[in-house]
Design a protein around this ligand. Structure first.
Ligand code: APR
Length: 236
């Protein structure tokens, strides 16, 4: 089996498809691992608290959970984010497609990032469309309201919401154009995101994930380990 270095050396149009496991080495827990968010004990499940219905029916509780668990503004990019930004700068990586909402890829310098589930850094007044930063939402107490009186909602895809069409199209086009697709830090259990890998028809399908995934058997290279550690070894 070819090594990751050989594959990257042999690639000109890499696309990286990542999930919460890309940010755990920045100190942000993922969702479904032992120490993941969805394993923590809550009276109401996190999947419920991160749903569109809950946002509108229990707005106060939504923002309490959201500020507590979904706004890690202290987090810094790790070696994985940095290496991907370097690969893009060297013209070897077309785009990052991420399920994460933490903005760490952009913080590391990545330019072409398709955020399938949105971003905590974009918040919009539902009445007048005014935009607010994650820092402004974090600084507020209780339910954040716009000067116009409207409710401010994070531009994050909640359960029960659709993904942004332009983002989806951009991600699918990039994956379809790639010669190498690196899938990392994701359990590949949430659709439609998990289905995007099916648009890949390039040369090398690589998986870097701590735990096994349903995709393992279809890959040219499977590395079970920490994506930050593994990518930090790569010479660009
Ligand atoms: N390196 C490599 N893999 C890792 C690391 C790491 N440092 N840390 C965790 N992992 C792996 C875990 O083994 C797990 O398989 O990352 C995966 C994370 O899976 P999930 O917690 O399910 O996260 P993700 O796949 O991104 O979830 C998808 O679910 O709730 C929704 O919207 C939410 O975007 C999220 C979606």
């Amino acid at each position: 089996m070819k090594t990751l270095q050989e594959i990257i050396d042999d690639s000109r149009k890499i696309v990286f498809f990542g999930g919460a496991g890309v940010s755990t080495e920045s100190g942000i827990p993922d969702f479904r691992s032992e120490d993941g968010l969805y394993r923590q004990k809550y009276t109401v499940s996190p999947e419920t608290m991160l749903s569109k219905d809950w946002f509108f029916s229990h707005t106060e509780e939504f923002f309490r959970f959201y500020r507590d668990k979904m706004l890690p503004l202290w987090a810094e990019p790790n070696a994985a984010h940095k290496k991907l930004a370097e690969l893009e700068k060297k013209g070897k990586l077309l785009a990052v497609v991420t399920q994460n909402i933490d903005g760490l890829h952009q913080k590391a310098g990545s330019k072409k990032v398709f955020e399938l589930h949105g971003s905590v850094h974009r918040n919009t007044c539902l009445k007048c469309g005014n935009k607010y930063t994650a820092e402004e939402i974090a600084a507020e107490k209780g339910v954040p309201h716009c000067g116009c009186g409207g409710l401010i909602k994070p531009d994050v895809v909640l359960y029960g919401e659709l993904l942004d069409e332009d983002t989806v199209q951009g991600a699918v086009d990039a994956i379809a154009e790639a010669d190498t697709l690196i899938v990392a830090g994701t359990s590949l259990t949430v659709y439609p995101a998990a289905g995007f890998v099916n648009y890949f028809n390039g040369k090398y399908l690589v998986l870097i994930n701590r735990d096994p995934t349903p995709l393992d058997s279809q890959c040219d290279l499977v590395l079970h380990g920490k994506v930050g550690e593994i990518l930090s070894e790569i010479k660009v």
